[in-house]
Design a protein. Structure first.
Lengths: 316, 291
């Protein structure tokens, strides 16, 4: 087990190095590179620019610059926002809560609903429910999230007037009920794609398990069907879902960005788009690196967890 | 007579695949819808009396089915149907061209990684893993922020964020095909590595590559709509299915039809390519079927 974890950790560190190299390259691809903020102002002369270049160490060889940049990233110094001079990491963390709230709620909805649909579809394979669920999942995966958001706003906010059309809270209210009321629509929109994915994976995982020999053995022993399904089949079918959670993470983050935009949700995705609009490259690159690192850590945790609950992985 | 009996007992693999494909009714429906969409966006604009960029300020916000404009007009009095057809033309073209670019990069990277294995394979595939760590929309938007938006950049950027899945598929195929007799025989004949890779191994992986290509078109159309909706893809006055929804949110109360037609078109196109890909997978590779 320790060996597996160490192995997987080493892989993750190597990936982080490549990811950071890609991030560093993108930073230097920006128009004017890291200097763009200074080059944009008209008062800067070429001499001033040269001086800033030397001060920031941008005249050193690229590998040295990269190591320096990577070292500062590790120490938590991610640069400063062009907009207000705030540290990038603190800008991100002030928007992270809203995004996590949205992602967690959507995931809970998607896991419960998706697993239920997937299990039922597998047990009643090729039934009307299963066919509808399969087709429905494919359509759900094909609908652009932002358009589903627009439709939701039109139906539930414009026509019915049940839900607010955006924002995280009513100004001046902010009670738990008010927050929950604002959360429903964006969480529902974000959960759509997730539910479809969970349903599809759960269905195939359940199908794989209920066709195994040990299920037939359990039946042959005369074990009641509900006990076979819950104790023997479901427990094993749920294991691969840990991997699915890890795999789903990038999609979830991307979906959150879109849902946040449509519902003016003050999260990290909206901050990202705003920063792009302001050409605030340190924040843009910061969020890009932050999200990639989150994905990396997410898949690392999923892999280790999977190895903990399923011993076959560690040995194989 | 014996041959006749044989031929009925064992149809050619191609025929069997075709039969399996036809049984997949949704895939067939997808194929039909794609043909309709392609024909509609290719020929349609010539049949309409309206130009997609013609502004008629007197006829702003005409609702659908009221007078000459079948799907109504938008905030500048432009005909929605004409814009929809031109938009579909742009979106479908981007989807297909971006797919071709992603396929070329993915096949080359996958073939080299799978064929050489070892250090080359490890380095290339870790690069694939690393790019996959970036959530697609974040990477796409960050790249778009660094470039001038337009038709060419949008297509290239989408391809740049979509080749990794193809590379994974091709790498796995080539790695396993490399050990087969025909590959070893080609090597014994003195074929060059490049020739073995691209004339022997890759053509034998054509089934999964075709499936990946079809699903890739669906993904590319979806990504174009996200990028254009957020304002970093196709720029107005040119229409694309995504940027038609750009202003739809502002007019959601007064002119909801502006949001309906483009959204339905995107969903229809993406769903069709997804079903087509699913059907191809079932038809071309029965082993990939989930039991």
């Amino acid at each position: 087990m320790a060996r597996y974890v160490a192995n997987r950790l080493a892989q993750a560190v190597m990936l982080l190095v490549i990811v950071s190299a890609i991030g560093f390259a993108l930073l230097h691809l920006a128009p004017g590179g890291p200097l763009s903020q200074f080059a944009a102002s008209a008062q800067m002369t070429q001499e001033d620019l040269d001086r800033v270049t030397r001060q920031l160490g941008l005249d050193r060889p690229l590998p040295i610059q990269y190591l320096d940049w990577f070292g500062r990233m590790l120490r938590g110094d991610w640069g400063k926002s062009y907009r207000d001079g705030e540290a990038v990491l603190s800008v991100i963390s002030s928007h992270l809560g809203a995004t996590l709230e949205l992602m967690t709620t959507a995931t809970i909805i998607a896991v419960l609903l998706g697993c239920w649909i997937g299990i039922l579809g597998a047990l009643r394979r090729y039934s009307l429910f299963d066919s509808l669920a399969t087709v429905g999942a494919m359509i759900a995966l094909s609908i652009p999230t932002f358009w589903f958001g627009l439709v939701t706003i039109y139906v539930f906010s414009v026509t019915l007037g049940w839900l607010p059309a955006g924002n995280r809270e009513t100004v001046g209210d902010g009670s738990f009920l008010d927050l929950a009321h604002h959360l429903i629509a964006p969480a529902m929109v974000l959960a759509l794609v997730e539910t479809a994915m969970w349903g599809r994976f759960m269905r195939s995982s359940m199908l794989e398990v209920i066709n195994q020999d040990y299920i037939r053995t359990a039946r042959a022993k005369g074990m009641p069907e509900w006990r076979i399904l819950t104790v023997h089949a479901l427990r094993n079918a749920l294991l691969p879902m840990i991997t699915v959670a890890g795999l789903q993470f990038p999609t979830l983050l991307g979906g959150a960005l879109v849902a946040e935009t449509v519902f003016t949700w003050p999260g990290m995705g909206r901050l990202f788009l705003d920063s792009i609009g302001y050409r605030d490259y340190p924040v843009v690159m910061g969020i890009l690196m932050f999200s990639a690192t989150m994905v990396l850590i997410g898949s690392l945790i999923a892999d280790i967890l999977y190895a903990v609950v399923d011993p076959r992985i560690r040995v194989g | 007579m014996a041959t006749a009996a044989l031929s009925t007992a064992q149809p050619a693999p191609g025929q069997a695949a075709w039969r399996r494909f036809c049984r997949h009714r949704l895939a067939l429906a997808g194929a039909v819808i794609i043909v309709v969409l392609v024909l509609g966006s290719a020929i349609g604009p010539y049949l309409l009396p309206f130009d997609d960029t013609y502004i008629d300020i007197m006829k702003r916000f005409a609702p659908p089915f009221s007078g000459a404009h079948i799907l109504g007009t938008d905030e500048l009095g432009r005909d929605v149907l004409a814009r929809l057809m031109m938009g579909a033309r742009v979106s479908l073209s981007i989807g297909i061209v971006a797919m071709v670019m992603a396929m070329v990069v993915g096949i080359v990277v996958g073939a080299f990684a799978g064929f050489y294995g070892g250090v080359v394979g490890a380095v290339l595939m870790r690069l694939v893993d690393a790019v996959l760590c970036f959530p697609t929309i974040f990477l796409l938007l960050a790249l778009a922020a660094l470039t001038e938006p337009g038709l060419v950049t949008t297509t290239v950027l989408i391809a740049a964020t979509a080749w990794m899945w193809v590379a994974r598929v091709v790498e796995a195929q080539v790695r396993s095909l490399r050990e087969r007799e025909f590959a070893v025989a080609a090597l014994a004949f003195g074929s060059s590595n490049l020739r073995i890779m691209f004339r022997e191994l890759v053509p034998n992986a054509v089934a999964p590559i075709m499936v990946a290509a079809t699903l890739n078109v669906a993904k590319a159309i979806l990504l174009e709509s996200y990028l254009s909706y957020l304002g970093y893809g196709i720029q107005p006055p040119a229409a694309s299915l995504g940027n038609m929804l750009n202003n739809a949110q502002i007019y959601l109360t007064s002119a909801p039809w502006l949001a309906i037609a483009p959204g339905v078109a995107i969903t229809l196109a993406v769903t069709s390519f997804n079903f087509l890909g699913d059907g191809l997978r079932d038809a071309l590779d029965p082993r990939m079927n989930i039991p």
